[in-house]
Design a protein around this ligand. Structure first.
Ligand code: DC
Length: 244
């Protein structure tokens, strides 16, 4: 074997790109972001989990969720960290693993309420920009392509009809076979209420960035949405001369 062949070949360097995935609840963002991160060897960061962790802290402290000044007071003493996990991020709130505590309806509703306040958002955006500063990430949320990383190399806005998103949530919760699952109509109603708040808040409302690719998953399975998202990212990278 020649000296050249004997040398350990370094892995091909991966571009430190940022892929922004935005869209409403239940559109399939988490699945798509997770699969994209695996496919392209990137880190998957779920920013909604950060708002959820902060909402949990506010609930535990008994704060009024409609008073920005009360919420702002605790930001200075709050640490929120995301660690990549196999399926979802591990979420550390002041060092405590709260991953299993932030997906219930109470925290879901509270996260949507605390995230309307500009000062809370500015603080969160700063944290998220630090997390993604090195690149090499798929970051998922509502304002990643518009506010957190407007310079992201790839932006996908993933959407689906509310009835379809509600049905997916219902199925995830076990559907008819689960006594714990709320009725489908209740899930769709809550989803619409959250959409309304996310899309109409004054600061950083949920909307596609002007240069985002729109991906409507209403008539797609989640597998098909993932395949389409991989194609979108690959095309963008090839076009930018960054194909890996
Ligand atoms: O993605 P999710 O459902 O876990 O997000 C929870 C809430 O956090 C959602 O109602 C809106 C808010 N959020 C936000 O305002 N901006 C983000 N980048 C991510 C989430």
């Amino acid at each position: 074997m020649s000296a050249k062949e004997n040398r350990i070949q370094p892995a091909a360097p991966k571009p430190m790109i940022i892929v922004a995935i935005d869209g409403p609840a239940g559109a399939g963002k988490s699945t798509v972001a997770r699969c994209l991160a695996r496919h392209f060897g990137l880190l998957n960061l779920e920013t909604g989990a950060m708002y959820r962790a902060f909402a949990l802290k506010a609930l535990r402290a008994g704060l009024a969720l409609d008073k920005s000044s009360e919420l702002e007071r605790i930001t200075a003493e709050t640490s929120i960290r995301l660690e990549p996990g196999e399926d979802e991020n591990r979420v550390l709130l002041d060092g405590e693993d709260v991953t299993g505590l932030i997906r219930n309806p109470l925290v879901t509703e509270a996260a949507s309420r605390v995230s309307v306040f500009p000062k809370i958002r500015a603080w969160m955006v700063g944290l998220q920009q630090q997390l993604g500063a090195q690149g090499g990430v798929v970051m998922e949320g509502r304002d990643i392509g518009t506010v957190v990383f407007p310079q992201a190399e790839v932006k996908i806005f993933l959407d689906a009809a509310p009835e379809v998103r509600g049905q997916r949530r219902y199925d995830q919760l076990g559907g008819q076979s689960s006594a714990a699952a709320p009725p489908r109509e209740e899930i769709i109603r809550d989803l619409r209420a959250r959409d309304e708040r996310d899309r109409n808040r004054a600061d950083s409302p949920l909307k596609p960035a002007a240069d985002a690719v729109l991906l409507d998953s209403t008539n797609l399975t989640l597998d098909q949405a993932v395949t389409e998202a991989v194609r979108i990212v690959s095309d963008k990278l090839r076009y930018a001369g960054l194909a890996f």
